[in-house]
Design a binder for this molecule. Structure first.
Ligand code: ATP
Ligand code: MG
Length: 230
C-alpha cells in the first residue's frame, strides 16, 4: 500500500548539504509489521517522515494505494496523512495540561467533516484507551502516569482516528525493557487486528518479533545481498 520509488532527500542549511536518503526503493504491504534499523544519523526518521507524508522527497516518488502524491497540494497531503497514518514518537508528545481522555480526543478535533459530535469523540477516545488497557486512567494527567502508560496514551491517540498505518519512531526508546515489551505487545496486537506498522527501533529483540526488518545505512537500504557481500 506504500511504495517509494528512487526516493532521495537532501537537507540544506546555510552552509551544509546533507544527503539524508539516496535512491530508496521500498514497498510496504497492507498488514505488514516492518522494523526499521540502522545506526544513528543513517536516515531512519527522515524515511519514516517521508512515508508518513510529513515531508516531501527531493527526488523520486511516493505512492499510497497506487496514487502518486507528487502533485498533491499541501492541504490534500495533510488530509491524506490524517486519514491514513497515526504517529508515535520516542518522547510521547502528550499535552501536560490535558487529561488522558482529552489528549486522545485531540486528533478528532482537528478533523473536519461529519464526525464532529463531542459525545462521539468521547466514545472513540474511550474505545482507543480500552484497546491499550488504560480505561482506569482516563482522568489522570500525563505526569501522573508511568512512562509506559504515557506511551500507551500516545498509542491510543495515534489509533483513535482508525488509521490504516501506524508509524512509530523508537516508541520504546525511553522505556525500560518491561514497559517496552508491553508497548511492543500492544503494537503486535494492533497489527494482528489489521493495522500496518512501520517502527524504528534499535532493539534486535523487538525486531525479531515482527515480519520484516529493513536496514538503513548511510541513507541507503541495505539489501540482504549487500549484507552477505564482501
Ligand atoms: N531538519 C534537518 N536539517 C538538516 N539536516 C538534518 C535534518 N534532519 C536530519 N538531518 C540530517 O539527516 C541525516 C539523517 O537524519 P535522521 O534524523 O533521519 O537519522 P536517524 O537515523 O533517525 O538517527 P537517530 O537514530 O539518531 O534518530 C543526519 O545526518 C542528520 O544530521
Ligand atoms: Mg531518528
Amino acid at each position: 500500500m506504500i511504495r517509494l520509488n528512487k526516493v532521495s532527500k537532501t537537507y540544506r542549511t546555510d552552509k551544509v548539504e546533507t544527503l539524508a536518503l539516496k535512491d530508496i526503493d521500498l514497498q510496504v504491504a497492507r498488514g505488514e509489521f516492518v522494523a526499521m534499523m540502522g545506526p544513528s544519523g543513517c536516515g531512519k526518521s527522515t524515511l519514516l517522515n517521508l512515508i508518513g507524508l510529513l515531508d516531501r522527497p527531493g527526488q523520486g516518488s511516493i505512492e499510497i494505494d497506487g496514487v502518486a502524491i507528487t502533485r498533491y497540494r499541501d492541504r490534500q497531503l495533510a488530509k491524506l496523512r490524517n486519514q491514513t497514518f497515526g504517529f508515535i514518537f520516542q518522547s510521547f508528545h502528550l499535552i501536560p495540561d490535558l487529561r488522558v481522555i482529552d489528549n486522545v480526543e485531540l486528533p478528532l478535533l482537528y478533523r473536519s467533516g461529519s464526525d464532529g459530535k463531542s459525545s462521539e469523540r468521547r466514545r472513540l477516545a474511550r474505545e482507543a484507551l480500552e484497546r491499550v488497557g488504560l480505561s482506569a486512567r482516563i482522568d489522570h494527567y500525563p505526569n501522573q502516569l508511568s512512562g509506559g502508560q504515557q506511551q500507551r496514551v500516545a498509542i491510543a491517540r495515534a489509533i483513535v482516528g482508525q488509521p490504516q498505518v501506524l508509524l512509530a519512531d523508537e516508541p520504546t526508546g525511553n522505556l525500560d525493557s518491561k514497559m517496552g515489551a508491553e508497548v511492543m505487545d500492544i503494537l503486535l496486537k494492533l497489527n494482528a487486528e489489521g493495522t500496518t506498522v512501520v517502527m524504528v527501533t534499535h532493539d534486535e529483540q523487538e525486531a525479531r518479533r515482527v515480519n520484516r526488518i529493513v536496514r538503513v545505512f548511510d541513507g541507503q537500504l541495505v539489501t540482504p545481498e549487500r549484507l552477505h557481500a564482501a
